[in-house]
Design a protein around this ligand. Structure first.
Ligand SMILES: Nc1ncnc2c1ncn2[C@@H]1O[C@H](COP(=O)(O)OP(=O)(O)O)[C@@H](O)[C@H]1O
Ligand SMILES: [Mg+2]
Length: 377
């Protein structure tokens, strides 16, 4: 069984990063354009947590707010509402000196490549190193190496007008990564590139993520590069609609498939549940739910055992694969029993709202749940 070979404690640690592991920590971020009558909200309560070294691919229709969110993260726009921490610094109300310091750690690659027409590829990139105060002796080999790496070795001294669209975009990529930033924000970086150059760019991103712990957010519609994503986020009408950590989702789906309660779900529904479940650990003796309290979570035991107590008397013991907490959610009644960890216990947990949405979207899940409750009594 997968859950016997997987270390659930290890997964808990990996999936619940401490705030200091996060490169981006956005909570309740709203954004508005315009003033007075024409003021229009374009971002709504966005929450996004991205770990150091993660590659995030952000998709969504045009006008859904991707660029706005990216420019907020990149300090190119002022945060108006909510909390947005980037590389540990709070951007809401941040001092200009903080913002200036932070910007040096960020690499931007934007759609419009806005290169200077009068400067060569080399000079366009070296402008960036000069602005950041990197000494020319250090900058020079790095610029040559990076441009060469991006397939521009023969065109280092060409001006933009002598470069194709794809080549210009690669100069823009070189300029965005030349200072080895801790965070790269790229808006459609591969759109103008053929498959091979596009692959070269994302390979460089991957190396920067793996070797230097660089965090990378890529806005793209280019499904040729989806495979590099650790996380895929999609935006619709200013809301983050889905936010899937790929590895976590895959592991969770494999685990869920082992549990009778989830086995009846379609693969799509499993993936949806996998996304919403959290893993939590309880120590032996710890109370997980208390009789008489209103419940707001549903539990499936991943490892360990729990005792069920009614009015202080132990009535049952449940082990791996069993679930509890559903009655009070379904009937909107207080908990009918206390559940206490008998040994150390790891539980998969669905919040009340997520539990409800799974029930609403899957009649088989609800039926399965009812059957199981029926069989238990
Ligand atoms: N500078 C601006 N002033 C006013 N409205 C803007 C501005 N930039 C973007 N918008 C509006 O905000 C919404 C989100 O835009 P944007 O962040 O560019 O979306 P995306 O990058 O997903 O296409 C759109 O409705 C767009 O028209
Ligand atoms: Mg955009």
């Amino acid at each position: 069984m997968i859950t016997d070979s997987l270390d659930l404690d290890d997964l808990i640690a990996r999936w619940n990063p401490s705030p200091s592991d996060l490169s981006i920590n956005a909570v309740g971020v709203n954004h508005y354009y315009g003033e007075g009558e024409t003021r229009k909200q374009v971002l709504f309560g966005n929450r996004l947590q991205v770990r150091r070294g993660e590659i995030v691919i952000m998709t969504g229709p045009s006008g859904s707010g991707k660029t706005t969110l990216l420019t907020l993260i990149g300090t190119l726009r002022k945060v108006q509402e909510g909390s947005l921490k980037v590389l540990g610094e709070e951007l809401l109300g941040a001092a200009p000196t903080t913002v200036a310091q932070l910007r040096k750690q960020i690499g931007f690659i934007f759609q419009a490549h806005n290169l200077f027409e009068s400067l060569t590829a080399y000079q366009n990139v070296s402008m960036a190193t000069e602005l950041l105060g990197i000494p020319p002796v250090e900058a020079k080999p790095r610029i040559v190496e990076t441009l060469t790496r991006l397939g521009l070795g023969q065109r280092i001294h060409y001006k933009p007008r002598s470069l194709s669209g794809g080549q210009k975009q690669r100069v823009a990529v070189a300029r965005g990564i030349i200072h080895r930033p801790q965070l790269i924000l790229a808006d459609e970086p591969t759109a103008a590139l053929d498959a091979e150059s596009g692959r070269e760019v994302v390979t460089i991103f991957q190396e920067m993520a793996r070797n230097d712990g660089c965090t990378i957010v890529i806005v793209t519609h280019d499904n040729r590069i989806l495979d590099v994503a650790d996380r895929i986020v999609s935006m619709v009408d200013g809301h983050i609609r889905t936010n899937v950590l790929i590895e976590r989702n895959a592991i969770m789906c494999r685990i869920l498939n082992e549990f009778d309660i989830f086995r009846s779900l379609t693969p799509q529904a499993i993936s949806q549940v996998a996304d919403k479940l959290s893993l939590r650990k309880y120590l032996a003796g710890e109370e997980i739910i208390r009789q008489g309290e209103m419940g707001d979570e549903f539990f499936v035991i991943g490892a360990g055992e729990v005792d069920i107590e009614i009015d202080g008397i132990r009535v049952n013991t449940l082990g791996k694969g069993a679930f509890f907490g559903e009655v009070s959610l379904i009937k909107h009644q207080p908990r009918n029993a206390t559940v206490r960890a008998k040994s150390n216990v790891t539980c998969f947990i669905l919040s009340k709202d997520d539990f409800q949405s799974v029930m609403d979207n899957s009649q088989t899940f609800e039926q399965e749940l009812r059957n199981a409750i029926f069989a238990r009594q």
